[in-house]
Design a protein around this ligand. Sequence first.
Ligand SMILES: N[C@@H](CCC(=O)N[C@@H](CS)C(=O)NCC(=O)O)C(=O)O
Length: 275
Amino acid sequence: MQRGSTPSGVRLKPSRPSRLAISAGSEAVTERWSMSRAEIFMPAHIGLPPPRSSAMLRGLNHWRNGFMSKMTLYGIWLSGPTYKVGLALSLMGQPFAYKHVDLRAGAHKQPDYLAINRFGQVPALVDGDLKLCQSGSILLYLADKFGKMGGKTPEEKARVREWLFWEFDRLASNIYRPRAIKRGFMKADDNVHQMYVNQATDALKVLETALAKSDFLVGSEVTIADVAVYGDVAYAEEGAIDLTPYPSVKAWMARVEELPGFKKYEDVLPKQDAA
Ligand SMILES: N[C@@H](CCC(=O)N[C@@H](CS)C(=O)NCC(=O)O)C(=O)O
């Protein structure tokens, strides 16, 4: 790029100094340039002038590592909890790298993976030096980090947590296990399958009552509570759990599926490593 011009081609004149400042977290990368007409604040997305000092380079690296580098999701595309994290990232508009963890080969119990997730399960999310696990906890982390989908008020945030704790207690296993039985991942007879279906039915009735009254689980907009619960009910039919008796649940699923960034589990999670 020609010196004195921005990546968008705006000519800068060295004669009349003005300030061009790019905030980089705690450090500020400040460049003194001038413009022929007005002072501009360069938006991050149009690029940056080449760094001309080591301090500036450090600032740019800090900014890039903190805000631009992708998080890495570890998981397997058939995993519901992994889907929840991938779906939340997609709805938040956050690109992510993906590492396939081969559960059948026992990769989740190997020392290198246990160093990422001490519980030996998927998903895990690596964000810089942070290694995070437990899908519900990761959803809360993402909502906090990006200031999105976590509820707007202290009460909404508390309600979001209530749904997260409830769904893993009452809904997730009672849908994931019958699905695992029907898909052949888990061996169990019909009575065991039916026991899970009965428990899922109780939970789905609770969900139906809540969703008959509002479009989303908390407040008037989608939150990570919807993502977590959607990441359970999306697998119901694979577990031979009929959702026909729950019209409000089905209507809410359709609302979630219309959100920008929504993807089905087969589409949001790559089937192998992906950058
Ligand atoms: N509570 C965990 C559950 C994770 C989980 O059950 N993951 C399954 C795959 S869907 C797994 O890693 N299973 C292997 C194992 O537990 O050994 C979460 O939400 O992240």
